[in-house]
Structure formats: C-alpha cells, structure tokens
Write a new protein. Structure first.
Length: 408
C-alpha cells in the first residue's frame, strides 16, 4: 500500500523523475489528464471519443517498472523546443538570427524499413550484391547517428510506414508497415524502433515519429484498425517511457489516404486522441503535416502542440517566408513552434535558400534527400537501400551548413 501511495502522489504532482546526467537531473513538469491502459483495445469497434482507462497500480509493482529512466526529454514552451529543461542551441545566434529553441532536423524515414513482399524486396539489393536486410539497415542507421549529432542535428523524422523507397511514388506493391491489418504492432518493427529510440535517447536527440504514410495506410482494413494502431503505438511509447519523441500522425494528410480519419478534415481527432493518452505524467507533443507549400488548416493547427510544414515545391526562398507568414496568420494559431521536416531544395552555398529563409523566420528546417536517377548508392537518405553516412556532396553540404548555423 505504501508503494501505491507513492505512485499515486507521483502522478498527481504532474512530474516525471528522470535519470539524466548531473547537469540535467531535475523534475520535469508535465500536463495533467488520464493515462492510457496497459492493454490494447480488443473489441470489434474502437470508439474514437473513448480514452482507454487508467492502468491499475498493484501493491507489488515497483516504481522503476512503472517509470523507467529516460535520458532525453523534449518539451515545448511557447515557440521554443527544450531538451532536458534547457532550450536547444542555448544562447546561439547566426548572422543576426536567433537559433535558440529551434530544432534542425533531417528526413530519415526509412530507419526501420522492411519490405514484406518477397517479390518487390528484390528491388532493394545492396551494391555488394547482398539481398535486402532490415536489420543491416537499422544497424547502419544507428551507427551513423553520432556523426549527425556532432554536426548539430538534434532531430530526425522516422516513419512507422516509411516513405517512398524510390524517392517519390509509393504504389509499386511493397509492404512496409509496423502495423498489421488489424492495427496490431509487428514485433520485428518494434525491435528495430527500440534500437533507434534508445540510441537517440543516449545522444539527447529527438525523434519525429510518423505513424502513417499514404500508399501504406490501406494495409489497415478499416477505421477501427487505424484507431487501434494509434492506441497501440502510443501505449507502447508511454509504457517504455520514451520522452524524446514528437508525434507526426501522418505524412501529408491531405494526400491520397484511404481512411477518412487520416484526411485533413478529421485527422485532428487522432491528434486529440494521442494528446489525451499522453497527458498524465508524460510529455508527448503531437502534430501532422500537409503537402509541400500548403499551410495546415485551422482544425489541425488549433489542437497541435507544434506545427509541421513541408517545403517541397517551394522553389523560391521567398515562398518559404510567405508560407510561414500564412501559417502564423491562420485561425487557431497561437504561439507554438513551427517546424519544416521535409524540403528537397538545397543551394546551401547560396546566401539565400529555403533553409536560411526558415531560420530568419524563426522556424526549424528539415533536409529531404533522395537518390536521383543515375546517382550512386551514397546519395540520398530515402531511397532504399540507404547509405546513412555523410558522404555525398548534398549530404556534406547540408551538414556543413547546419554545423555552421548551430555552432557545433
């Protein structure tokens, strides 16, 4: 009974005890609401407006089992990102632009990629002649993360249904989903995800974790399965106490999804659902993205903890500036971070480019690179198989610029 009382008091105070390094060891305040249950919903229908019940605290449960150590905790205050209670890039400015509180990032969505279609997986043979290997891919990903961080990259986008393994287009028959048709989690994917999240936690890096991707969402049989998938992965995150995650419900919600609840008119329902699940003793910021050059609608902006933008199609840096202004002027926007996590425009040696325009507007920016036709294996971070190291001209140019801007 004594332990149960401790745990109850712990939750009521709205604080999470963390095991960090001495300089970051502290109590991190969190929001207050009801937590999710310890088990996924197994009924035939999942009610969207029903939050799973609070898990039962048993007298023989240990506090360590309920709240495992987390080295990295992301939080948001107004329009700034914080890691372990300190603003990112603390005190940093670059060419007169304030960098403190931004989150420089890169689109690395294939970190746990696999193709469960035996026929199409043959497309992803390595240059050394070996067949596609999902574990090799994740091992290479994890091995590269130290170098990314050393250049000032504090975040990357990882997707549970990946992205197009050919850069653009996702309709060739490959099957890449951490969810099965019922919305249950596939253990092999979760094992790979855990390896990435653990390494990110160790490095004090943030993972922008996408749940769904068009071209793969139709693998879930119906809306009930979609909702169950959201509950299952959110519960999985909470149970393991990962606090270095920003949730992105789906990549470009206004583009060709089979399930209405993943579309722009209803996706705010899932954003709200994740927020409700993660709001007691947890910090799980959530948002979703729209296609390149499109400002999110007011229903999404108003419920999101941060705002995601894509820069695809914005060929002029001034267009990036205009998109950011439009977003801030959209009904429902209040002071919160704006983060670009996909942009395939570069010109980093130029004094004016999309990255620089975003930074001048106090917006975080994310690199999207894929292998163009005829390019070598080293090129791109989305085309499968991926070389996760920094050894192509575009990659070096991006990371050199980020290192300059962030002062790493």
């Amino acid at each position: 009974m004594f332990l149960a009382t401790i745990v109850a008091s712990f939750l009521i105070t709205g604080a999470v005890i963390t095991s960090c390094s001495k300089e970051t060891e502290q109590l991190i305040p969190t929001k207050e609401s009801a937590p999710v249950s310890d088990a996924p919903d197994t009924t035939e229908t999942v009610a969207l407006d029903t939050v799973p019940p609070e898990p039962e605290v048993k007298e023989n449960d240990s506090l360590a089992e309920l709240v495992s150590p987390s080295q990295t905790i992301v939080s948001i205050m107004n329009d700034k990102f914080y890691i372990n209670g300190r603003p990112t890039y603390e005190g940093r400015s670059w060419n007169g632009a304030n960098i403190e509180g931004l989150l420089m990032n890169s689109r690395m969505v294939q970190g746990i990629f696999d193709d469960l279609n035996a026929e199409t997986s043959k497309l992803f043979v390595y240059p050394d002649g070996r067949k596609w290997d999902a574990n090799r891919n994740t091992n290479d990903f994890v091995a590269a993360m130290d170098d990314w961080k050393a250049h000032g990259l504090l975040a990357f986008t990882l997707n549970l249904q990946g992205g197009s393994p050919t850069g653009y287009g996702n309709d060739k028959g490959w099957i890449n989903s951490a969810f099965d048709e019922k919305g249950e989690l596939r253990p092999a994917y979760m094992d790979r995800l855990e390896r990435v999240l653990n390494k990110a936690d160790e490095l004090h890096m943030i993972v922008i974790l996408g749940y769904f991707y068009f071209g793969q969402d139709e693998l879930l049989e119906d809306e009930t399965a979609v909702i169950r998938a959201v509950d299952n992965i959110t519960q999985w995150i909470i149970e393991r106490n990962y606090q270095n995650i920003l949730v992105e419900i789906n990549n470009e919600c206004n583009y060709d999804y089979d399930h209405d609840i993943l579309g722009p008119d209803r996706v705010h329902e899932l954003i709200t659902r994740v927020k409700q699940a993660g709001s007691v003793g947890r910090n799980l910021p959530v948002s979703t993205s729209f296609s390149g050059g499109i400002a999110p609608n007011s229903s999404v902006i108003s419920v999101s903890d941060y705002v995601l933008l894509h820069g695809n199609g914005l060929r002029q840096p001034s267009s990036m500036t205009d998109l950011i202004k439009e977003t801030r002027n959209t009904s429902g926007y209040t002071r919160k971070p704006i983060l670009v996590n996909e942009d395939d425009h570069y010109n980093f040696d130029s004094p004016d480019n999309n990255l620089v325009s975003a930074v001048r507007s106090y917006v975080s920016w994310g690199f999207f690179d894929y292998r163009r036709q005829g390019e070598n294996f080293e090129a791109g971070y989305q085309s499968v198989p991926v070389d996760w190291s920094i050894n192509s001209e575009r990659k070096r140019s991006f990371f050199t610029k980020i290192k300059e801007i962030t002062g790493y």
